[in-house]
Design a binder for this molecule. Sequence first.
Ligand SMILES: [Zn+2]
Length: 278
Amino acid sequence: MNYVLRNYAKLSHFNYDKNGKDWKVEAGKQQSPISLAKEKAVRSSAPRLTFVNYDKTFGSPLKLTNNGHTITMVIPPGADGSQPALCGCMLESIYKAVQLHFHWGSPHSEGSEHQIEFSRYDAEMHIVHQNCAYGTKKEALCAPDGYVVLGLMLKIAAEPVINPKALNKVCMEASQVKKYDMSSTFKGEFSLRDILAGMERQEFFTYQGSLTTPPCSEVVNWFVFPKPIEISKRYLKHLWNLSDDRGRPLLNNFRELQDLHERNVYYRNQMWPKNTNI
Ligand SMILES: [Zn+2]
């Protein structure tokens, strides 16, 4: 792990030319992303995942940045100072939401990182949560329980059943950060709950894995939701017009699938009454 931290700056120059095959990372046996299928998963009867402050409207403007690998948005506290967070299920701590970002394909290919039932979706959004037990990012990056990441599938639909207005806004803002290192600040009069756009929050796969970008540290408890959020192509297409730090099109920015090895993947589908998880 020390090797990994020492080389973090160098590793930040990675690209997706070979979808990670050429990354110089010390990979173990708990890498991400992986293929997820209900048939192969262990049925989980874990308690529900609790979404804390997910309904609080962001209190400060949102900032979207093109970091050369993706567009990333820092998650600010709500107007009352409360940070969105996760707890419950089998989590032994509270995990505060820190940032979200995306992985996508191209106009001709799907680009989610995880595969669900042996298929990729058009894109995948990751909402990264850091364990509150650790004071710094550096500490969390060294702990097997450092992070929880939610993986949300995005699917192009001509007419989404639920219009994901907040997500549309974030995607449109991508047109302001087309080149590497550009940032844009915009008013986000919405909450993380709005970004989830009515997605079923209690049906998910969960497993122990890693960051999907270098240094690929094995510090992530993944929660991946199999039911996609529908989004119109006219919003998602903004992700296809970005460029990386070499000025090349930033497309297909997903890491190749990793082996499961000895891990269990759990699948939870127990439905809980609506309105109890807000
Ligand atoms: Zn990611």
